[in-house]
Design a protein around this ligand. Structure first.
Ligand code: SF4
Length: 194
């Protein structure tokens, strides 16, 4: 995909039909978590999106579709410099963004930047209570890091932390209690995936 292709509306000519409601960027395949339900971290290469292309592509998308939702994920997107370029340009163009992260790397510097760029929705991957979540991630302390990161975002600009949860046979039992727990205070909602 390039900016030129989008500007010429080749997508519409080629495929017809309605325009997309959202566009998803996976800025990197690299991730330092070791989730049992994901094989991205097992892949040998760890390419990131080429940074130089991103701003022109976004400008082209904005001209073509107006304020379409941009979804940003990975791998772990906060480990890629491309994510920074992408989010900053989205902020400049006022494109609504949903960023999905495992939360480990969302420090004060990232929180400041997300707020400054007007990012509204940050979805944290969280699959259950602490023992289960840390075991699924394969990294002790992951649950705690999500909560610390979400607290860091709270009250900063327009950012709203939410949870995205993978439903599995092994976490179904805790889901009602877990949903009440995450939505009772810190998080603005929860999404379930299979
Ligand atoms: S945090 Fe996300 S990308 Fe990383 S291993 Fe887990 S599911 Fe995969």
């Amino acid at each position: 995909m390039s900016g030129q292709i989008l500007e010429n509306s080749a997508f519409e000519r080629e495929f017809g039909g309605p325009k997309p409601h959202y566009i998803s960027f996976h800025t990197t395949d690299f991730c330092d978590a070791r989730c049992g339900h994901c094989d991205i971290w097992k892949r040998p290469g760890v390419p990131s999106m080429p940074r130089r292309e991103l701003a022109p592509i976004l400008r082209s998308i904005s001209r073509w579709l107006g304020p379409v939702e941009i979804q940003v994920a990975g791998g772990e997107p906060l480990l890629s410099k491309s994510t920074e370029v992408l989010l900053e340009e989205c902020g400049r163009l006022h494109l609504p963004v949903t960023l999905t992260t495992n939360g480990w790397h969302l420090d004060e510097a990232w929180a400041d930047k997300l707020s400054a760029w007007g990012i509204k929705h940050v979805n944290f991957s969280l699959d259950g209570f602490q023992e289960f979540h840390d075991r699924m991630r394969g990294v002790a302390g992951s649950f705690q890091r999500v909560f610390e990161a979400a607290k860091r975002l709270t009250g900063r600009g327009a950012v709203k932390p939410r949870v995205t949860c993978v439903l599995m046979r092994d976490n179904l039992e805790q889901m009602i209690e877990f949903t009440e727990f995450v939505c009772s205070d810190l998080f603005d909602g929860i999404f379930f995936r299979r």
